[in-house]
Design a protein around this ligand. Sequence first.
Ligand SMILES: *[C@@H]1O[C@H](CO)[C@@H](O)[C@H](O)[C@H]1NC(C)=O
Ligand SMILES: *[C@@H]1O[C@H](CO)[C@@H](O)[C@H](O)[C@H]1NC(C)=O
Length: 269
Amino acid sequence: MAAAVISISSKVAALAALFVVLAMSAEAASPNGGWLAAKATWYGAPNGAGPDDNGGACGFKNTNQYPYMSMTSCGNEPLFKDGKGCGACYQIRCLNSTHDACSGRAKRVIITDMNYYPVSKYHFDLSGTAFGAMAKTGLNDKLRHAGIIDIQFRRVPCNYKGLSVNFRVQVGSNPNYFAVLVQYAGKDGAVVQLDLMETSKATGKPTGVWTPMRVSWGAVWRLDTKRPLQPPFSLRVRNGSGKTLVASNVIPANWKPMTDYPSNVQFPN
Ligand SMILES: *[C@@H]1O[C@H](CO)[C@@H](O)[C@H](O)[C@H]1NC(C)=O
Ligand SMILES: *[C@@H]1O[C@H](CO)[C@@H](O)[C@H](O)[C@H]1NC(C)=O
């Protein structure tokens, strides 16, 4: 979402920057790497979670609540990664050499939304809360007043403490179209592949065949089939290191759209 604070002239700059971005290789910021330079802006309410509905282009809801706690951000493409960056965690900080309200302390944010008008190679369009969190105590508003600042960032593990990987079946899902939002994949935060296993009608046992799903939008993965899918379904989640987790029969025979199906599996921290 474009930050309201960006002026017309910086929108022109944003377009120019976009060409630079497209010309550069969009290599991902690697986990546990060093600090990289980025620009930060903010949007939504000063003490909000970004969008007024506490959602965003990843499809997560209630981003003002645990585990997001309004510490959320839009990422431009090298961060959002067509949805495969959704749920990933970054530390951000701004230095007092940049702005005298900056504390220099690192704060963790989660990618929950997409930034369509990047002003630099890496652009965090932060919630008002997250932008202000980079300030010295009591200077959150002063820092937000800057509107756009240089920051540093690095990929860090997520801490989805007390949560297991959650699957939320999406509206419109039916036996020939199954769409599911994946949340809280521990440590990596993001999911790079999701596969589905059906149950054999004949034996009542898992078929043993994993069918790849594909990103529909944000953190929502989908599978379209001519033949009706046979539940219960097991789902296999792959993280950025290629490690997989299997949530066996996590989607029951009587599954319904718009329903959460928490798994009992999580990537170890
Ligand atoms: C910036 O931080 C340095 C190191 O912590 C400190 O010495 C300096 O006084 C700070 N400057 C401002 C303007 O806060
Ligand atoms: C993927 O999960 C494994 C644990 O199963 C973990 O050791 C690894 O660090 C994770 N990868 C990333 C990129 O977080």
